[in-house]
Design a protein around this ligand. Sequence first.
Ligand code: UT7
Length: 326
Amino acid sequence: MIKPRIIATGSYVPPKVLTNADLEKMVDTSDEWITSRSGIRERRIVERDVATSDLGTQAALSALEMAGLSAGDLDFIITGTNSPDMFFPCTSCFIQSKIGAKKAAGFDILAGCTSFIHTLSLADKFIREDPQRKVMALGAEIMSKVTDWKDRGTCVLFGDGAGAVLLTGEEGDRGVLSTHLHSDGSLWELLYMPGGGSANPSSHETVDKNMHCIKMAGNQLFKVAVRALAEVSQETLEFNGLKSSDIDYMIPHQANTRIIEAAAKMINFPMEKVYLNIERFGNTSSATIPIALDEMNRSGMLKPGNLILLCSFGTGVTWGGALIRW
Ligand code: UT7
């Protein structure tokens, strides 16, 4: 049986570190508050002249290098991003051009922090259609450029970075076993950026009213997030006829350690098997899961046959899960 398998991973975070101590000088907050309420100690932030596709390009190149393939081998580039280079064209087309993936078809997914699960789901389907295909699935974000640096309720949470996975069809039982996608658009006001789109096109007024940054009802989103992560994890397990104890690692979207702990508790999943890097990178939106996968892969944690449960939630509200046999 041929399955879409992740044959390589890559990631990139910018070198500049913004610590909680730095944030103490910018807004009325404290290292103690940020660490205890979110689990974040520091995050990476790009310089002004860096765009999301620059981060995605580095992540994609490092995945290609690991696979021993060239950009010309790629059939698709799919980038999950909520912070694209421009409204159009898509960030995947910029990445395509920067890496020279001439025959690839590039397009983006905008589904909040869940977007990487969507890109994985599409990669899975493209490869099931033609197992020869090589698909680069990315999550890439520059959240620091849509952050309101005066709003202590959001500016302490986010960071910049990109992760990539390269998939192709392979004989055997390793690969993407299932993906599960959901949304509830009635909850859109929990997390959104009002300015710049057709509802509120960019104008002096939208700038004056600070409408080009993240607006978030953090406390309400927290509760939705816990339930969404727990439910989609349970759904993914049940679909595959598995129990929590069958899973080797969970890689949840890294938005808040307390959200992850509460969701894991709801499904009786031990925190020792949950991968966390939120302390170092904060919430890089759709990039959190592929960055984590790349870290785990490069450190040698992942062994052939390991069962890995991915789960995420984000603006929309969207949520999704996936199961991978490594
Ligand atoms: O990818 C998805 C993105 N978003 C999320 O996942 C966010 C989900 N929500 C959360 O992670 C949490 O709700 C937060 C970390 C955002 C906030 O934690 P919380 O425990 O829900 O705090 P809260 O919003 O209920 O605020 C508690 C207090 C408030 O003060 P008062 O009203 O009790 O006096 C806030 O004003 O903490 C205050 N506060 C802060 N204090 C110091 C809010 N932000 C800060 C801050 N530093 N940075």
